[in-house]
Ligand binder design. Structure first.
Ligand code: PEP
Ligand code: MG
Length: 603
């Protein structure tokens, strides 16, 4: 990596702490993406460029003033006398607090005019917000109006978006929607960091799938980073370094190399099965969001696809995917997976995943609203297109259909009725369908976990979705960084549920897998082996490490560990015990930081 160019400025190295959601190190230039409002270019300027920035700012003020004058003239010509609001706006444009404030920021903070204006408008707005008078509080809108007008004049017209991102960028955004993140598959970048977001948000999951180092929940990274600033992302430890010093750069370049070397070493046996010390085989599968990822998870050592989140097929487009298009995608995935086949999940829209063609009404609590199977049963026309495509694809390999967010028996039965209807239609039309297409459910609601014994008699397999099961059991929004500290998969309530789900599946003789993020976190592998799951499904990046951990374990020892933790009452104590016992079991074969109980984010 070349020494950093900072336009003659000395590096101002500063660090930010967030939640590390996707491991690895990214070193590159920031690309700011401000989706909330207009995309504002933010960059640092050298001392020689300051007069030019001030000049640009003054020109934009003059332009804004004459635009307002023009509007006033038009109103006057039309006989309209009441333009006092425009007068007020003209006065604001020349207000000292605004004008001098921006100029001082340009001079003192070495930042461009747009950035200074945005910062200054924000602080003026805050002043209004704190006034205990309704009328003055309402004037915030006028501040925004004036600010936007000046900003537009400063910026001209071009508003860059994700499609203009370069491959060597690190995306910096207030938030990225799952759809934005899916877009990154086709627009390769080095990594990203955001102001908000939680550990198991879909954006975080997508980052792991794409193997992009990522830090979320930094609170204010968009405030301190400018476009083109040098950045380092430490995706495992949740650190963002802005404008690193040469020493920091060298340090992280070394870590980056060591990380790649460790991954290369873990990958040596990635294609061998995961057999424990006492010879028990655990199936390791891959989670994918887009069919293009199928090759990647198989190359990383997955034996099959354990979760295909098909809703991503519906995103970033203006129309819904038709039956033939879906059929081609599913057929492709099933064919690549060979004998072990693929578990394809039906549409899980809603929650934090929305799509353009469906103008779904905004709900107060979307996560508890018309999400996933609830939406599909309400819109059987849309659901049947997918079911037909899945059934047709089943003729080409080992395809399993999995239904998300099941809360009880009647939903399972309603799905079966629709599947049977689609099968009958396809037969009448002369389409081939596999004789048996296993139908399973995600166990990801507390209600489903508690009646797992009843559900197990109705379906062919279970897949435990810990991301939602934890969200709904502990009442923690998975996309909210403020409650991430409560994300504790070893909470006794969850451990009891997991045990009951696995035992219920055993009793009914059906297969049980886990495809939530817990399955891909090596800290929990011994507990999951001890619980007796058949399959663990995860992002590509986790597969070689989890296989290595499984190979070092003994199932009897893991079962003893599970018995011990089930007798305990408090998650932090359980974490300490698990860390100690697993370290003993692994006898130093695996990097130790994975098992550090302190890595859990604290409030
Ligand atoms: C889960 O909830 O654990 C799961 C795997 O589904 P998703 O993350 O897509 O909600
Ligand atoms: Mg889920």
């Amino acid at each position: 990596m070349a020494e950093v160019e900072n336009g003659g400025r000395a590096p101002r190295s500063s660090g930010l702490k967030g939640i590390g959601v996707s491991p690895g190190y990214a070193i590159g230039r920031a690309h700011l993406l401000d989706r909330r409002r207009m995309k504002v270019p933010k960059y640092h300027v050298g001392a020689t460029e300051i007069p030019k920035e001030i000049e640009r700012f003054e020109a934009s003020l003059a332009e804004s003033e004459s635009q307002l004058q023009e509007i006033k003239d038009k109103l006057q010509n039309a006989g309209e006398e009441h333009f006092f609001i425009l007068d007020a706006h003209q006065l604001m444009i020349r207000d000292e607090m605004l004008v001098d404030g921006v100029k001082n920021m340009i001079r003192e903070q070495n930042i461009n005019a747009e950035w200074a204006l945005k910062k200054n408008i924000k602080s003026i707005r805050q002043l209004f917000e704190n006034i205990d008078d309704e009328y003055f509080r309402e004037r915030r809108a006028d501040v925004d109006f004036v600010g936007d007008r000046i900003l537009r004049n400063l910026m001209g017209s071009a508003h860059p978006n994700l499609s203009q991102v370069h491959g060597d960028s690190i995306i910096v955004a207030h938030d990225l929607s799952p759809a934005d993140t899916a877009f990154l598959l086709r627009t390769p970048v080095l990594g990203f960091c955001t102001d908000v977001g939680g550990k198991t948000s879909h954006t975080a999951i997508m980052a792991r799938s794409l193997e992009l180092p990522a830090v979320v929940g930094t609170d204010h990274v968009t405030e301190v980073v400018g476009d083109g600033d040098m950045l380092i992302i430490d995706g495992a430890n949740g650190r963002v370094i802005v404008d690193p010093t040469p020493e920091e750069l060298r340090h992280y370049q070394r870590l980056q190399l060591a990380y790649s070397a460790r991954r290369a070493q873990l990958a040596v046996r990635k294609n061998e099965p995961a057999l424990t010390q006492d010879g028990v085989r655990f199936r390791i599968a891959g989670n994918i969001e887009l069919h293009e990822e199928c090759g990647l998870v198989l190359e990383s050592g997955a034996e099959s696809v354990g979760l295909y989140r098909t809703e991503y097929l519906y995103m970033n487009r203006d129309t819904l995917p038709g039956e033939d298009e879906q059929y081609e995608h599913y057929r492709h995935v099933v064919a690549l997976c060979g004998a072990e086949g693929a578990t394809i999940r039906t549409l899980d829209l809603g929650g934090d995943k929305f799509i353009t063609p469906l103008k779904l009404g905004r709900e107060l609590n979307p996560v508890m609203g018309l999400r996933a199977i609830r939406f599909c049963l309400r819109e059987p026309g849309i659901f049947k297109v997918q079911l037909r495509a899945l059934l047709r694809a089943s003729a080409h390999g080992n395809l399993r259909i999995m239904v998300p967010l099941i809360s009880g028996l009647s939903e399972v039965r309603a799905v079966k009725v629709l599947v049977d209807a689609c099968r009958a239609e396809l037969a009448a039309e002369g389409h081939a369908v596999a004789e048996r297409v296993p139908l399973g459910i995600m166990v990801e609601l507390p209600s489903a976990a508690v009646i797992a014994d009843l559900l197990a008699r109705e379906v062919d397999f279970f897949a435990i979705g810990t991301n939602d099961l934890i969200q709904y059991t502990l009442a923690i929004d998975r996309a909210n960084e403020h409650v991430t500290y409560l994300y504790r998969p070893l909470h006794p309530a969850l451990l009891r549920m997991l045990k009951f789900i696995v035992d219920s599946a055993r009793q009914a003789g059906i297969r049980v897998s886990m495809c939530g993020e817990m399955a891909g976190d090596a800290f929990y592998t011994a507990v999951l082996v001890g619980l007796g799951l058949d399959e663990l499904s995860m992002n590509a990046v986790s597969i070689p490490l989890i296989k290595t951990v499984v190979r070092a374990l003994d199932t009897a020892e893991c079962r003893r560990l599970v018995m011990d933790v089930l007798a305990m009452g408090d998650a932090p104590e359980i974490e300490v015990l698990v860390a100690r016992r697993v370290k003993e079991m692994l006898r130093g074969q695996i990097p130790i930081e994975v098992f550090d109980p302190d890595r859990q984010p604290q409030p």
